[in-house]
Write a protein that binds this ligand. Sequence first.
Ligand code: ASP
Length: 339
Amino acid sequence: MQTNILLIYTGGTIGMVKDFDTGALRAFNFDKLLKRIPELSHLNCNINTVSFENPIDSSNMNPGYWVQIVEIIEENYEDYDGFVVLHGSDTMSYTASALSFMLENLAKPVIFTGSQLPIGDLRTDAKENLITSIEIASLKKNNKPVIREVCLYFEYKLYRANRTTKINAEHFQAFASLNYPPLAESGVHLKVNHEYLLKPTRKKLKVHKNMEANIALVKLFPGINEATISCLLLNPATEAVILESYGAGNAPTEKWFEEVLKKAVNSGKIIINVTQCSGGSVLMGQYETSSHLKKIGLINGKDITTEAAVAKLLYLLGNNIQRKVFKTIYETSLRGEMV
Ligand code: ASP
């Protein structure tokens, strides 16, 4: 039986063309570009496309657009077996992580992909990424979708979306998932690593759309000073802060630093401790340089990526989770985004 796949084009290099005057890449009408991939007609599925009215470079992505994508999926959820979202690679991990939280009890595949070169380019990586993403979104076993989560497919690997990070601005292998193995690998065979997939749910899809909040992302560096940290952490407009600390979640033990953190926490701000390393986990209390953070009440981001940390924070703030239980819920894996 043929499967029905909805292709959602939001923008990004995959559908861009070169502007003759400036030489810069800009978004283009994707429908026209799809005609350049006759291979799509060989796939055993019906493909329909919907495109953002004005496709964007993903550097312009924001929660308003996340809601637009989610609404397209929500409106078409019953009519399609799977969804492929074409998105610029620059902020793809943020959007895909956000969707993993916004689509609670997802029971169908939502596969994000894009490319480093436009689909019309001779050496493009777009065709393989697109064709295999569609194949993955069509996979079925006992008439049920094999993948039932938000994923990101790029350069022969399928990842859990909220575990990914863009690691390279020019290699075709632009993404990595350092804390979680690939869900599938494409070679001569398409090999699905079933043991790593999220367990299926029978609950009804629940869509969350409130993803706007005042948060800050602060990356520590040797030499960051009191004036800067105070300005970022004590700003009355800021509800919550993601603190990118060193290594296994370590930070300076200087008095002024500790005092600013205490002041922020005592004034009701939420602070999440994530590591600025691409792989590995925060282990608060392993070193003296993180014991103070634990005592002050920072939330343990464990092995979450910064992208997923941002998405999860916006999701939980948008859901008005009470402060009493916020820490416990944040430290619990909700969509397989942390251990
Ligand atoms: N700047 C582009 C974007 O993120 C890069 C890409 O498509 O990969 O939209």
